[in-house]
Write a protein that binds this ligand. Structure first.
Ligand code: SME
Length: 150
């Protein structure tokens, strides 16, 4: 599954006539449609020089959480830790921002440009405990490729 998606990601990112936003949007849709345990896929980016994240391209239901202060929720924690955050059970987290009652698990992987954490990819799953090392490797790959067009 992940191995067939990798070349498709690269192909989307090669579309130089499309804006980075459009290409990231296509990637969100590809991941949401192509991976059964990915129910919401989105990018958040540092909002200018503010200590907060702003929602970028995403696929899935609209969320109220378009701005997330650093430190708040899983996303806000990753903005500070610079590390992947895998949440097998969102109910077990106190610092968690719920987007939908159907979400059971979440994974957030930071996106680095020139070594700086400028954003992240965030996946919500309606399946309990669905993420493993393959997801982390794959999402790190996605972010490395996306970083090249930012
Ligand atoms: N659950 C996230 C908020 C973003 S939504 O999942 C889209 C968090 O705790 O940071």
């Amino acid at each position: 599954m992940f191995s067939t998606l990798r070349p498709q990601i690269e192909e989307i990112l090669r579309k130089r006539h499309e804006t980075p936003e459009t290409r990231m949007q296509e990637i969100c849709q590809l991941l949401k449609n192509g991976i059964p345990h990915y129910d919401w896929v989105g990018f958040y980016f540092k909002n200018g020089n503010k200590e907060e994240l702003k929602l970028g391209p995403y696929a899935g239901l609209p969320t109220d959480h378009t701005i997330i202060p650093f430190g708040k929720g899983i996303c806000g924690q990753v903005a500070l830790s610079n590390e992947n955050f895998v949440v097998p059970d969102v109910k077990a987290q106190d610092n968690y921002i719920a987007c939908s009652i159907n979400v059971k698990a979440e994974i957030v992987v930071p996106l680095f440009v020139n070594g700086e954490n400028i954003g992240q990819i965030d996946i919500d799953s309606n399946t309990p405990d669905p993420f493993n090392k393959d997801d982390e490797d794959f999402l790190e790959f996605v972010n490395k490729q996306v970083a090249k067009i930012l």
